[in-house]
Design a protein around this ligand. Structure first.
Ligand SMILES: Nc1ncnc2c1ncn2[C@@H]1O[C@H](COP(=O)(O)OP(=O)(O)OP(=O)(O)O)[C@@H](O)[C@H]1O
Ligand SMILES: [Mg+2]
Length: 322
């Protein structure tokens, strides 16, 4: 695939999500994804934000073929994902990988670092000979800035940051085009978070990766992402360039998220109250019970799409927002 120019103006669509609905078998009343549509451009970092339970992980899992969608379609590099076709899913995983939130849960602690990183090569790059694999292993260790002396260390005997580096290395091993990072730093010590974020940022540039970066922390997304998609209850409420979202947001929910950023003070031991019971609705705008701009119409229908230079939002009241 062509390299991107410095201004990131190449807008080839690498992933297209169209009108996707997804419900879990044991929870058919709630749509985890509700008529969800989005395009991801080649070589960009798309930050995906929204409160707990809004469907961020579900979307990631649907994109790598781990969770089957009920309707709509997802296509990667022009090919629709065929969830029931094992061969097609294997092919998809050769290009799309996921990094998970908790490196202590996602890696087998008894496996050596070498084996953790080699495992996807054995399964997804069967044509690779032993020597080639060892070379790749060394390349990966360089990418994640870890000394080769760690190769024989059990992954259970690593620090959180080191483990997440290994998780990143494992995802990179097969040279994927798209990586979905699902809250990759939220389980880590604050002091380690920045180094992992920097690593991801460097790798994305160096390897021309496309990245979906899931987080509920807008400040983290602000640091990494080119565009930001704000989700609410399985739907998109707003998507746009970082500047659109931070300086010209058009949705009250985005404003609410932005306003809550400074409240997170890492220096203070601030106890955050348990999640209040939020009332959601299957019809109309899911944010209306918390929205100071909401009117009768917000109860009836989900708003139509509004668009301005690629900045998209769904709200009846954007013009009233100060
Ligand atoms: N395996 C499952 N079975 C049933 N329901 C599920 C399952 N996984 C997720 N859900 C439900 O689907 C919805 C979306 O969940 P999801 O995990 O995608 O949210 P999220 O945005 O990743 O949240 P968080 O920020 O807490 O990780 C929620 O209502 C959740 O309860
Ligand atoms: Mg999640």
């Amino acid at each position: 695939m062509e390299k991107l120019d410095a201004l990131n103006t190449n807008r080839d669509v690498i992933l297209k999500i169209e009108n996707v609905d997804l419900t879990y078998d044991n929870n058919k009343d709630t749509k985890a994804l509700d008529d969800f549509s989005m395009e991801i451009y080649n070589g960009e970092i798309l930050g995906l934000v929204g409160e707990s339970g809004c469907g961020k992980t579900t979307l990631g899992r649907a994109v790598i073929g781990l969770e089957e969608i009920d309707s709509g379609k997802i296509s990667f590099m022009g090919n629709d994902i065929k969830y029931k076709d094992k061969k097609a899913i294997k092919k998809l995983r050769q290009n799309v990988q996921m990094i998970f939130q908790d490196p202590f849960l996602s890696l087998d602690p008894t496996m050596t670092v070498a084996n953790v990183i080699k495992e996807p090569l054995l399964y997804l790059r069967k044509e690779m000979k032993g020597k080639e694999r060892d070379l790749r292993l060394k390349e990966v260790m360089k990418h994640i800035n870890m000394d080769e002396k760690f190769l024989n260390r059990k992954s259970g005997n690593l620090s959180g940051g080191q483990r997440q580096r290994v998780g990143i290395g494992r995802a990179l091993a097969i040279e994927p085009k798209l990586i979905i990072c699902d809250e990759p730093v939220s389980a880590l010590d604050v002091s380690v978070q920045a180094s992992i974020l920097n690593l991801l940022k460097e790798l994305q540039k160096e390897l021309n990766l496309t990245m979906i970066f899931i987080s509920h922390d807008l400040s983290v997304v602000n640091y990494l992402a080119d565009r930001i998609c704000v989700m609410l209850k399985g739907k998109i409420c707003e998507i746009g360039n970082k500047k659109d979202i931070f300086e010209n947001s058009k949705h009250p929910y985005t404003r609410y998220l932005l306003e809550s950023i400074p409240k997170i003070n890492l220096d203070e031991e601030e106890v955050i109250e348990d999640v209040e019971e939020i009332e959601y609705f299957s019809i109309g705008c899911p944010f209306r019970s918390r929205c100071k701009y909401a009117t009768e119409i917000c109860k009836k229908d989900f708003p139509e799409k509004s668009e301005e230079d690629g900045h998209i939002w769904y709200c009846y009241n954007s013009d009233d927002m100060k």
